[in-house]
Design a protein around this ligand. Sequence first.
Ligand SMILES: Cc1cc2nc3c(=O)[nH]c(=O)nc-3n(C[C@H](O)[C@H](O)[C@H](O)COP(=O)(O)O)c2cc1C
Length: 337
Amino acid sequence: MVKIGNVTIEGDVALSPMAGISDSPYRQITRRFGSAFSYTEFVSTEQIKIGNVKSLDMFRYQEMERPLVFQIFGSDLDTVVYASEIAAERKPDIIDLNMGCSVAKVSHNGSGAGLLKNVRLAGNMIEGIRKRTSLPVTAKIRLGWDSNSLNYLETVKVLEDSGVSAISVHGRTKVMAYTGLADWNAIGEIKSRTNVPIYGNGDVKSYAEAIEKKKQYGVDLVLIGRKAIGNPWVFGNTPKELVQWNEIQSVILEHLDLMLDFYPSNDDYALVLFRKHFIKYIENTGFPEDTKRELLTVTSVDEFKNRLESVQMDSKFLETSEIKNESINCETFVSLV
Ligand SMILES: Cc1cc2nc3c(=O)[nH]c(=O)nc-3n(C[C@H](O)[C@H](O)[C@H](O)COP(=O)(O)O)c2cc1C
């Protein structure tokens, strides 16, 4: 159990924030499967400030997603603090400042991981958001900009002094983006030097591994990102290889229905958005290639559902090969509105 201000978080493992993935439909699914809490996708404070509807819509949610963290990013103190006030009107439990996004158009502009180069500014943001909203404020960081500027201990000290309530640490630098391996020793070092809860993050493939990491490095919670795409079972300690096809099929349909509700439109918008999830749900299941190709081009929801329901497969995966999703990274689905 983790206490963040007045908010109690039960559980050891949660879905990491992911643009294009951790929207309300998937947060609902992952909470139901055991993710300890929910992060929104990151939302631009510049866009919140100008009232961009698409950005503000990213703060829509269902009560069952709580504890709910709104994640925001920006480089200008006044804009970030002002936007946090607008965000707070929608009643999240916590506000999180993104200090980890490595995408150039974010980080080279001084926001996301760009804040690692200006941690005083980040500290002022934390303090400003806290005072303006009265909500607990957390931050998500990387270890530094590059291997020559590993300033994580300074960063966490400044954030702590600014009143941060918890820090999640993706154990890579901005320059590494998604290459190499997350440095869990550095995450453990941060945990041993700070007094606020620390969430460890990077390369965790399973629930069992998350629990192992939690024990080994003493972190309060573990976030899982890429390996949770198309795999909500990761939060319930069921290896996906052991899940029966008919259950996967029914979660695919449930997820699609939630997306149709959340993204109402007269065309196939929700279905197109759903494709990236679908690919991951069926990965390594032995799903027939020709049907997969068909389903990725279908534009009618009914046709998609009927075709999917007609697929019968062995109850268990034919192969238990590791789920591969290295090709997906933060840039994949980032849209800055
Ligand atoms: C598609 C994608 C989108 C992401 N979007 C965000 C985001 O909006 N906010 C954030 O803090 N991190 C974002 N991340 C980073 C993840 O939260 C996480 O820190 C990173 O993927 C490492 O964890 P993993 O090895 O478990 O995937 C994103 C990652 C991916 C793959």
